[in-house]
Design a protein around this ligand. Structure first.
Ligand SMILES: [Zn+2]
Length: 237
């Protein structure tokens, strides 16, 4: 009996909330969408999926050739300007919309799920952001993406083994090119012993030049893992 009234009250409450904060698909605006998502099923189906996870020597892996030893790499979606993918990333990073990040994570998880190339992963390693950004944003978007991956692959553990070092004033004043050379020194390892002999999957939101991931890889490599792979929510065309 109590449960009945509780559920009824919850329904009314949700309906009331919906009136003021309508839950609408970010792409087409319909209100017929799963409560844990930001897109309706039809718009989710129409996203620009990449298939890169299943392709050996794909364009993302080629970015790291001659630079880092990568077992496998992939990205869930193609990122283009003014697209729904840009909106999803924007919602996650600047509008505190964790549901957008969970969706992006689920897309990665579903793409990797049955692939031999990704079936030995032990640990998800989110790319860290600075403490200042984390305070402004309320969370690290890569961690939210990891949580979405875990919704599909619950046995995968997450380890926040990378920490972003505080930017020194000399770094902030340098030009873009010089700054990218200094990316090598932006991360530091935490609890490196957890990583030794493990198969790692670094998680990032968008891959553009790969410079951040290259630096993260170099840092993690010092802990002597068995392998490092890379997965991003989106890849910039
Ligand atoms: Zn829709």
């Amino acid at each position: 009996m109590f449960l009945y009234f509780y559920n009824k009250a919850k329904d009314y409450f949700l309906a009331f909330l919906h009136l003021f904060y309508p839950h609408l698909c970010l792409e087409c605006g319909t209100d017929l969408l799963p409560s844990d998502s930001v897109l309706c099923i039809s718009c989710e189906k129409k996203l620009p999926y990449t298939d890169l996870f299943s392709i050996e020597n794909n364009i993302i892996e080629k970015i790291f050739w001659g630079r880092n030893v990568i077992l496998a790499a992939g990205a869930g979606l193609f990122f283009t300007k003014d697209s729904i993918v840009q909106i999803l990333i924007f919602e996650l990073k600047y509008k505190q919309n964790k549901k957008a990040g969970w969706l992006l994570g689920r897309i990665i998880g579903a793409a990797m799920q049955h692939l031999n190339r990704f079936n030995k992963i032990d640990l998800l390693i989110p790319i860290p952001i600075s403490l200042k950004k984390e305070r402004q944003r309320g969370f690290n978007q890569s961690i939210v993406i990891c949580e979405g991956i875990q919704q599909i692959l619950p046995t995968l553990k997450m380890a926040s083994s990378l920490k972003k070092k505080k930017a020194t004033s000399s770094q902030t004043n340098k030009g873009r090119l010089q700054r990218s050379e200094h990316l090598d020194q932006v991360f530091e390892l935490q609890e490196a012993h957890v990583l030794k002999g493990a198969n790692l999957l670094i998680i990032d939101d968008v891959i553009t030049t790969g410079a951040t991931l290259e630096a993260a890889h170099k840092c993690l490599w010092q802990a002597r893992p068995n392998s490092i792979s890379i997965a991003a929510a989106a890849y910039t065309l």
